[in-house]
Ligand binder design. Structure first.
Ligand code: HEC
Ligand code: HEC
Ligand code: HEC
Ligand code: HEC
Ligand code: HEC
Length: 737
């Protein structure tokens, strides 16, 4: 009888809740789409997905906690296992969403007890069924006996504004450690039967139009102020403040939203984030100068271990739905992956020419010279190189790359470069300093443990994100694009105007440009609802939100300047080259034939054209004709380069670096003798006389390598594509009329 009354009460409460939600003007954000049911087949699949996820990272390796308990949360009966040690809270949570667009998911959370007794935590979720990620923050208020937790939480995915917060209650269930939740355990438990049957009630908090001053401090785990930390609101588009010598910072807010997400980062520490709720921010508020409001915040940063753990296993870049490969970068960072995988960074370890050049030429040549040091692998197979203790031509070399190492300069590798202490050394041999994390560090869930990146406001726990401004400068690229005299791109850049404050452009600004917005257009779809399309790089949703998602479903959109195309655009893109170098041809009539004055100017490259180790060259070829026939070859171009697009040239010039009198000798077999490259904004004028010419054609061709050298390496320069590109790419053509 008593139980019946309780059940009735629950039903009555449910009805009341439904009515409240339907009628209450304070919760306009509550949408019933949450409750639309998925198909039974989908739900079955998600349940299987969850069972497959046994190898999930857990917090089980953490030091013995003072308190552990299992809870169920919300009407979908999510499992929530909580551990507390002193003032630190850890939890894992998992379940299936039997709603439309749901899935099986697994989340971890980490937080601390606040001064008011509540616990604030960041939670991060892996959606196991759809390979997406998600996260946010949650406040836990425990009942005195800890049998219930009142939870307020938000998703980063939701657009913020007035209703970002949802409410729910978690109820303790009696489970043996590690036991699975079954219908019997939950429904037999009296606590469960009186649960609050929701988990997804949105709150409504109006944005306050007040000028607020936000005072804060960035501290380490011992509470000491951290100087020089970068501080910003989440996705603000820029670093908004830098802490002073005692760790203090000050921000001005134009309005106070329901939530203010504040983050900080500094090299040496993992990023930290706090979330100010309007109500608590206001409670701390006192009158400031000019009667503005003042709120207070403390952001704690945790130091990372500065030992490089060589045993760390690289996480593969390519999307992979297998549960054990759930953290493959491409699963979440789809767009970065798509662009990167078409770049030369992805193909470098399998580049057929590099392999042939090494195997047939550089290695035998060095060995014949009595040298045994491998000077190629540290840059061309950096992933494999990172596992080698020394670089020995008779040991493992780029030819031995296998598995993830075949993915060249992959995501995890580049994002674990902590510093480039000596740009002039080659790649993984002294230039790039990797900081691979401890694979057994239980405080960061998942296998990635740490990434360095340009954003101090990334808090997704599986990333272990650590702000590193190196990523926004060309010093990072210098790891492999600068090598003493062999390769000088970084130093060329430093001498160019692009390294000066007035014209500052880093390698990234040109080779990792921002996504283009394009024009969003909306047209009615089959069901009458509008479909958005955009002409730029953005999806319709992104165009509408005027931002970019850098990981699928991960967060609110980021402003365009917080996302960088990972195309590493280079010589495969004719338009890019065309924008870098101009060709102006002036025709001067002479008595018998034609005189041409050709001006080439490097107008767009932040270094010499061509740059790199002198294998590339530009061929300026002049093709004269008379009586329908090509004119006889008149010199100017070396014979060996009168091939490919320049095959019928009458004359011309070669723009590049020479390492002997013969243009086909590569840098590893010669000494620099001549440099005819185009430096930024320094035009070069070439004059050609073509006696007897009736018509002339001028071509400027980017040539990957000397045709004679390619032939020596067993490749056919006219036919073989090198890493997907032809040897010759005609950039400009001019024809006389
Ligand atoms: C399960 C999804 C997921 C996977 C897998 C994943 N990431 Fe992330 N990553 C995220 C999310 C979410 C963010 C934060 C997005 C935001 O805040 O806008 C992020 C952010 C980043 C950032 C920015 C960090 C900063 O502070 O600038 C980098 C770099 C990054 N990820 C690299 C990687 C690499 C490398 C891999 C593979 C080794 C990887 N990610 C795998 C979800 C993922
Ligand atoms: C770990 C070494 C390494 C790092 C770090 C690195 N690169 Fe590269 N990069 C290479 C190698 C090696 C190649 C040539 C690969 C090939 O052609 O097979 C290359 C190729 C390129 C190309 C294409 C060149 C062409 O011929 O089209 C561009 C552009 C480029 N890198 C830009 C960058 C930028 C910008 C950065 C810094 C953000 C950077 N790289 C960092 C090693 C590196
Ligand atoms: C050659 C090194 C390099 C490689 C390889 C690389 N990245 Fe990055 N990544 C960068 C740099 C540099 C930035 C920051 C650009 C800036 O701030 O100008 C960045 C930024 C990011 C960010 C932050 C958002 C943004 O776009 O600025 C994410 C996320 C990210 N990378 C993920 C990836 C993933 C996933 C891959 C592999 C598919 C990858 N990266 C491969 C160098 C690299
Ligand atoms: C102002 C824009 C700009 C900046 C800054 C810049 N580059 Fe370039 N880069 C270009 C252009 C344009 C080209 C194509 C040049 C051409 O026409 O051949 C290019 C070509 C390249 C190539 C392909 C090889 C070649 O000779 O064409 C590499 C590699 C490269 N850049 C690396 C870098 C690195 C590393 C940095 C920073 C140290 C950097 N770039 C800075 C614009 C830039
Ligand atoms: C400091 C890093 C570094 C070292 C060391 C290095 N390379 Fe490179 N290599 C590059 C970069 C960066 C590029 C692309 C830019 C350029 O030079 O055009 C490249 C391009 C090449 C290419 C042209 C690939 C193509 O498809 O166009 C070949 C071939 C090559 N390297 C061979 C070698 C050999 C052989 C060695 C050893 C003797 C070597 N490299 C040492 C960084 C390096």
């Amino acid at each position: 009888m008593h139980e019946r009354a309780q059940a009735l009460l629950v039903i009555a409460l449910l009805v009341l809740l439904a009515v409240t939600v339907a009628l209450d003007p304070r919760v306009p954000g509550y949408r019933s789409r949450y409750d639309a049911q998925a198909t039974p087949a989908e739900v079955m699949r998600w349940q299987r997905d969850l069972l497959d996820w046994r190898r999930a990272p857990t917090w089980s390796k953490l030091p013995a906690p003072d308190f552990t308990a299992s809870y169920v949360f919300g009407k979908y009966r999510y499992r929530l296992d909580v551990q507390i040690s002193a003032n630190e809270l850890h939890y894992v949570s998992w379940g299936t969403d039997d709603q439309q667009g749901g899935g099986a998911w697994y989340a971890v959370g980490h937080g601390h007890r606040q001064a008011d007794g509540e616990w604030f935590s960041i939670w991060s979720c892996l959606d196991l069924s759809r390979e997406v990620s998600n996260g946010g923050g949650a406040w836990f208020a425990f009942s005195p006996d800890r049998r219930r937790i009142h939870v307020r939480y938000y998703h980063d995915t939701l657009p913020f504004g007035a209703d970002p917060m949802e409410l729910g209650e978690a109820v303790m269930v009696n489970l043996d450690a590690g036991a699975e939740l079954t219908d019997e355990t939950t429904y037999a438990d009296p606590q469960w039967q009186t649960r609050t049957p929701e988990g997804r009630v949105r709150t409504y908090i109006e944005t306050l139009q007040v000028r607020a001053e936000l005072w804060g401090r960035v501290v380490d785990e011992q509470g000491r102020g951290i100087a020089g930390a970068a501080v910003k609101q989440r996705a603000a588009g820029r670093i908004e403040a830098v802490t002073d010598a005692r760790g203090f910072f000050r921000l001005e807010l134009e309005e106070l939203e329901a939530l203010t997400l504040l983050a900080a980062g500094k090299p040496g520490y993992y990023n930290g984030i706090v979330t100010l709720e309007q109500a608590t921010a206001l409670r701390a508020i006192g009158p400031g100068r000019d009667k503005s409001k003042v709120a207070l915040a403390t952001i704690t940063l945790r130091r990372y271990d500065t030992h490089d753990y060589r045993e760390y296993a690289w996480v593969a870049p390519d999307p992979d739905p297998a549960p054990e490969n759930h953290l493959s970068c491409g699963n979440c960072h789809r767009r970065e992956h798509e662009h990167w995988s078409r770049s030369r960074h992805a193909s470098m370890a399998v580049n057929a020419w590099t392999r042939a050049a090494f195997e047939r030429d550089a290695r035998p040549h060095a060995l014949a010279d009595g040298r045994t040091q491998d000077d190629c692998t540290p840059c061309h197979s950096p992933s494999l190189a990172s596992t080698l203790a020394r670089f020995d031509l008779q040991g493992a070399t780029l030819l031995d790359a296998a598995g993830v190492h075949l993915r060249g300069n992959h995501c995890d590798l580049c994002h674990k470069i902590e510093a480039v202490p000596d740009p002039d050394k080659p790649g993984m041999n002294g230039s790039a300093r990797l900081l691979r994390p401890d694979p057994n560090d239980a405080r960061v869930p998942g296998g990635i443990k740490r990434v360095f990146g340009p954003l101090p406001d990334v808090s997704f726990l599986y990333m272990g994100a650590a702000y590193n401004p190196l990523f926004s400068t060309g010093a990072l690229c210098a790891a492999c694009h600068q090598d003493g005299n062999a390769q000088g791109t970084y130093r060329e850049w430093q001498r160019s105007k692009y390294a000066t404050p007035a014209h500052l452009k880093h390698c990234q600004d040109c080779h990792m440009p921002a996504y283009t917005r394009g024009e969003p257009k909306s047209f009615p779809g089959p069901d009458g609802r509008p479909i958005m399309v955009a002409s730029g790089d953005l999806t319709g949703e992104e165009a509408a939100a005027n931002g970019v998602a850098i990981a699928r479903y991960s967060t609110r959109f980021r402003p365009l300047n917080e996302a960088h195309k990972h195309s590493f655009v280079g010589t495969e893109d004719a338009d890019f080259l065309r924008a870098g170098v101009t060709m102006h041809v002036e025709k001067v009539p002479i008595v018998d034939g034609v005189r041409l004055r050709v001006t080439l100017t490097n107008v767009g490259a932040g270094h010499a054209i061509p740059t790199g180790h002198g294998l590339k060259r530009y061929v300026l070829s002049v093709h004269g004709r008379a009586g329908g026939q090509p004119l006889a070859f008149a010199g100017g171009l070396p014979e060996s380069e009168r091939a490919g697009a320049a095959a019928s040239a009458t004359t011309g010039a070669l723009i590049g670096r020479q390492f002997s009198s013969d243009w086909s000798v590569p840098y590893w077999r010669g000494q620099p003798t001549q440099d005819t490259r185009l430096l930024p904004d320094e035009p070069q004028v070439f004059t050609f006389d073509l006696p007897g010419a009736e018509s002339v054609e001028v071509k400027l061709t980017m040539r990957r390598g000397s045709p004679a050298l390619l032939q020596q390496h067993g490749l056919d320069p006219e036919r073989t594509a090198i890493a997907g590109a032809q040897n010759d790419l005609v950039v400009h053509t001019w024809r006389s009329r």
